[in-house]
Each structure stands twice: as structure tokens, then as C-alpha cells.
Ligand binder design. Structure first.
Ligand code: TXA
Ligand code: MG
Length: 344
């Protein structure tokens, strides 16, 4: 199959394809999603096949407005209105209990709940509106690879396997949306996946507690978001996280062991590394926002077989605010491993 690259003036064409069961990847403010008509079981099935993704992993239903959700949900959590008014469109996915059999089992993975999100991306909102149906949209990467933050990343993974890609340029945030469980109206909201909308922010808005799924804190608990249990975002090259105070030791280790090392870091660290490492992927600023935006692109770039790196060293950030989402994704890519003297 030839994969068409759609520009912003071809929304109608792209919408017709996706409405009729084709696969069209779309940009969002977080990462690119692999779009399919959420109401056509066969189309949703083909999403799993294109990604090579286990089919017990439920998908996010992308909508163009909150009213669209009401076709599937009648039992809303009392905090829904306030949350939606503040964060939609935006990087916040909401889990609701759904009306029985209102969505195909291929979307929900057979659960009695489903995930909904209204992305903050004008092209994609127009695409969903023109299609006239909600679109599922898992990240548009091959399963196990870093999520795509440009149309090129999508093309690299899925060319020939999908009908098209709507090109909206590089995504703004770079890590996937916060997943918030609102499925039980009697319980406090619970974050199942950290993202740009943080626990601190939500608690301040709601003036009531917001829980964090225990496994995000403890490695032994079973995650409630099914997708969180898989090894995700993993490049083939070994990845090690490096804390700020460990960069000079890490550099010595690279020299002593004659490692072909790549570095993903901001300007401050990159400038000290440039002449000792085989490749540096430097992002624009020493902020967790800039780091998050570039993390997946950096992992993809430095994982290129042509570079033949032995190891990729990546800068850590404090586990707070957006840093919680950044460290969650980085830690998965690194299999939980930090650079620690003598342990490599
Ligand atoms: O930012 C994003 O959310 C991107 C863009 C494209 O919108 N999409 C995305 O989709 O990351 P995906 O399929 O890669 O991740 C969906 C997450 C998974 O962790 C999945 O297990 C969880 O949401 N999820 C979906 N439905 C659920 C449900 N009913 N209960 C609990 N978790 C659910
Ligand atoms: Mg994903």
C-alpha cells in the first residue's frame, strides 16, 4: 500500500479514507496517533496489526468535542465538568464507564470502561469533525519503539502499512497524555499514566485529592492502565540515565572502556561532552519541557544502526511536574538503569 502524506489543505480526503475504514496517522500536541474509525471493528483490528501491538491493550477514543463522549457514557464522575472545562482540548485522557456494548470490544479490550481525549491540534480536530466519527489513536509507532513526534518518525515505522499521514510538523509536548481514571463516580480521580497535566495541578484545580496509580511509585504493583505493563519506548541500543552529579564520572568511564557513546542532553551537559562522545543530540534549553519534547526524537536518532553506538547516556530531571512523565518514559527506555560507577 502506498502511504500518502496529507497536508493541512487535504483534510477532506484524509477524513474520507479514515471514515471508510482506512488508517491515517494524525498529529496531536503530545505525539502522533494512528487514526482509525472507532466504530468499525475491522478498522480498529488493522491498527493492532500495523503496530504489531498486543490486542488486549485498549485504545484512546479521540473526539472533537465533549458532546461526542455522551453517546457512550451516561454515568459521569461529578468532577468531569470542571476537568473538561479546564483541560479539553489538551493532553489529558479521561477514563469513563461506558454504556454496555456502545463501543466495539476491539477498542475497549473487553473492559467496561473506555479512554477519551480531545487533542489540542487544529488539523486533527478538523479531521475528526470531517470524518464525523470518533477516531482511535494509539501512538503511531511500531510497538516497542519510541512514540513518534514527527510525520517522518511515523513514515519510518509504518510506511506501506497505513493509508496516510496528516503532517502537522513536530509535536509540542513530546510525551503522551496524562491518563486519568474517572470510571468510578464515588472514588477520587486516579492518574494511571503521568503526562503534561500533573497531579499537583489537578489537585489545585479540584481542591480535592488526586491519586497516583501505585505501580508508578512501586515497581511491584500491577498497573491499572493495561498499556503500562509492556516494555515500551525501547531502542535497541543500551540506554543509561545519568544524574547531574555523575556526568564527569560517566565521561571518564566512556574513555576508559572506549565506549562509542551517544548523549541526549541540554546545552549545559552537551558542551562538556562534545569531544568525547561519538554523537550528541542536544535540545534547545536546559529545561524539562525541552527535554520532553526531544526525548523520543533523540532516542530514535541515536539508535540508528549506522551510528553503531554501544550506549546512549541521557540526562535526568527531578521527579516533579512534567519531570514525572519525562522520567517515567526515560526510565522505561533505560529499563530502569542509571549510570553508576562500577556497575556498567
Ligand atoms: O497522548 C496520547 O495519549 C497519544 C496521542 C496519539 O493521543 N495516544 C496514546 O495512546 O498514547 P496509546 O494507545 O499508546 O496509550 C493509551 C493508554 C494505554 O496505557 C492504555 O492501556 C490506557 O491508555 N487505556 C486505554 N483505555 C483504558 C481503560 N479503559 N482503562 C485503563 N487504561 C486505559
Ligand atoms: Mg503508545
Amino acid at each position: 500500500m502506498e502511504t500518502i502524506l496529507y497536508e493541512g489543505n487535504q483534510i477532506k480526503e484524509a477524513a474520507a479514507v479514515v471514515k471508510n475504514g482506512g488508517l491515517v496517522a494524525f498529529p496531536t500536541e503530545t505525539v502522533y496517533g494512528l487514526g482509525a474509525n472507532a466504530l468499525l471493528p475491522a478498522a480498529v483490528k488493522s491498527v493492532y496489526a500495523a503496530k504489531g501491538r498486543p490486542s488486549d491493550n485498549p485504545l484512546i477514543v479521540h473526539v472533537a468535542n465533549f458532546d461526542q463522549v455522551k453517546a457512550y457514557v451516561d454515568n459521569f464522575h461529578p468532577l468531569t465538568e470542571k476537568i473538561v472545562a479546564n483541560y479539553w482540548p489538551g493532553p489529558l485522557t479521561l477514563i469513563f464507564s461506558i454504556k454496555k456494548d456502545s463501543l466495539p470490544q476491539e477498542v475497549t479490550g473487553g473492559l467496561s470502561t473506555a479512554a477519551f481525549r480531545m487533542p489540542d491540534q487544529a488539523l486533527t480536530l478538523a479531521l475528526i469533525e470531517a470524518a464525523g466519527v470518533p477516531l482511535v489513536g494509539p501512538s503511531a509507532n511500531t510497538s516497542g519503539k519510541p512514540s513518534p513526534t514527527t510525520a517522518d518518525h511515523v513514515y519510518h515505522d509504518l510506511a506501506g502499512k497505513i493509508n496516510g499521514i496528516l503532517d502537522g510538523g513536530a509535536t509540542k509536548i513530546g510525551v503522551e497524555s496524562t491518563v486519568l481514571d474517572l470510571s468510578d463516580p464515588t472514588k477520587p480521580p486516579m492518574i494511571l499514566r503521568p503526562g503534561a497535566v500533573t497531579q499537583e495541578e489537578l489537585e489545585a484545580l479540584l481542591d480535592s485529592p488526586v491519586l497516583l496509580d501505585g505501580h508508578l511509585v512501586s515497581a511491584t504493583e500491577v498497573p491499572k492502565a493495561p498499556g503500562m505493563k509492556y516494555k515500551h519506548y525501547a531502542p535497541d541500543t543500551e540506554v543509561l540515565m545519568v544524574k547531574p552529579q555523575d556526568w564527569s564520572t560517566a565521561l571518564k568511564w566512556v574513555q576508559e572502556k572506549q565506549k562509542r557513546a551517544g548523549v541526549i542532553a541540554g546545552p549545559a551537559v552537551s558542551e562538556t561532552m562534545r569531544y568525547d562522545t561519538a554523537a550528541v543530540f542536544m535540545y534547545a534549553k536546559d529545561t524539562v519541557e525541552a527535554a520532553s519534547k526531544s526525548l523520543f526524537a533523540g532516542l530514535r536518532a541515536l539508535d540508528e544502526p549506522l551510528l553503531a553506538l554501544d550506549v546512549i547516556l541521557v540526562e535526568t530531571f527531578p521527579d516533579e511536574g512534567l519531570g514525572t512523565a519525562y522520567m517515567n518514559r526515560l526510565s522505561k527506555a533505560a529499563n530502569g538503569r542509571f549510570f553508576e560507577t562500577g556497575e556498567q
